[in-house]
Ligand binder design. Structure first.
Ligand code: LMR
Length: 331
């Protein structure tokens, strides 16, 4: 009798155990932009490499275009463990309490990608990631996007042209102060809602990278796009710390190597994708692309010069100075 029960138990376990052992570790990776962007492409490449290098022990489920969570929801979802991986723009860490990340939003803080990389690939970038750990988050990599343009239904050439315009921004106080310095009225809004808000006139304009604007068709509902290059948008790829620390070490190593290679994909794609997107906007004939003269650009820099000082208390004077020191550029 006893023997029969044992045999039954063993037979049942034999059926269940291999199935359980084969259950892959699922990484839900949510982001808000289109697949055909630097972030979208890098996320796809990460999925491919992560699944290959763990020989299927990890399955990455991608949710682009705010299809699972949108801005304002995704950070909480990560902390609660409803998703395991995100790549929010660096402008979206303020609501989490990591206000130092808004240093990346300061006007003209980087002249080019090489200055940016001195921060993201150096000790300042690492120190910023350390600050996330107390929030239950681990920073794995910085992914590039690019330099911002401004769009509106009127031709913007000088800061004064912005007076009274309602401008959509990401959830960053620094960006709010930037718009106020231009005389505009900032409005925080989730990325997924911007197209409709521009179309219906809920806001008059926005700022973003050409690749984000073109893939979301913002240019179809904005008559003018001004190449200001006044600020930067890029990402931190982040994971839930409890999830990450609980992974088998060999899996973590494989995922780190996949992330390293995916980072190269994002960073190699960024400059070209944005140049191509700006060309696409021009060719569409739907939004006139305005290039600033050196004198106009100088007026922008002057109008925005006070934003860094104004935000020393929020972002941290030390962080701002550390970025200036790393880049050798104090705008
Ligand atoms: C935005 O909200 O405009 C951007 O952060 C979107 C993104 O992820 O690039």
């Amino acid at each position: 009798m006893k023997l029969t029960r044992w045999m039954f138990t063993i037979a049942a376990l034999a059926l269940v155990l291999p199935a359980a052992a084969q259950q892959p570790i699922v990484i839900k990776f949510s982001h808000v932009v289109a697949v055909d962007t630097p972030k979208g492409k890098a996320a796809e490449y990460f999925k491919k490499l992560a699944e290959e290098r763990t020989k299927g022990r990890v399955k990455v489920e991608l949710f682009p275009n705010s299809s699972l969570f949108k801005d304002g929801e995704e950070m909480e979802a990560l902390q609660l463990g409803s998703v395991q991986m995100l790549a929010p723009s660096l402008a979206k860490f303020g609501p989490l309490g990591a206000r130092e990340f808004e240093v990346f939003d300061l006007p003209y803080i980087f002249d080019d990608y090489s200055e940016l990389h001195k921060v993201t690939e150096g000790p300042v970038g690492a120190a910023l990631f350390k600050k996330l750990e107390s929030k239950g988050i681990v920073g794995l990599a910085y992914w590039d996007n690019g330099f911002k343009v401004m769009s509106a239904n009127k031709a913007i050439r000088m800061p004064a042209d912005y007076k009274g315009l309602k401008m959509r921004i990401q959830s960053s106080k620094v960006l709010g102060d930037e718009m106020k310095a231009l005389g505009a009225i900032p409005q925080v809004m989730a990325f997924s809602e911007v197209y409709q808000a521009l179309q219906t006139g809920v806001v008059d304009g926005t700022e973003n990278t050409p690749s984000n604007m073109f893939t979301q068709k913002h240019h179809e509902v904005q008559k003018y796009t001004t190449v200001t290059d006044h600020g930067y948008i890029g990402y931190a790829v982040i994971v839930n710390k409890k999830f990450w620390d609980g992974l088998p070490p060999d899996i973590r190593t494989a995922l780190e190597s996949a992330m390293k290679d995916a980072t190269k994909i994002a960073n190699d794609a960024a400059a070209k994708d944005n140049a191509d997107a700006l060309e696409g906007i021009k060719k569409s004939g739907k939004s006139e692309v305005i290039t600033l003269t050196p004198a106009q650009k100088a007026a922008w820099k002057k109008a925005l010069a006070g934003v860094a000082k104004e935000n020393e208390g929020r972002v941290g004077k030390d962080t701002i100075e550390a970025v200036y020191k790393a880049t050798g550029n104090k705008p």
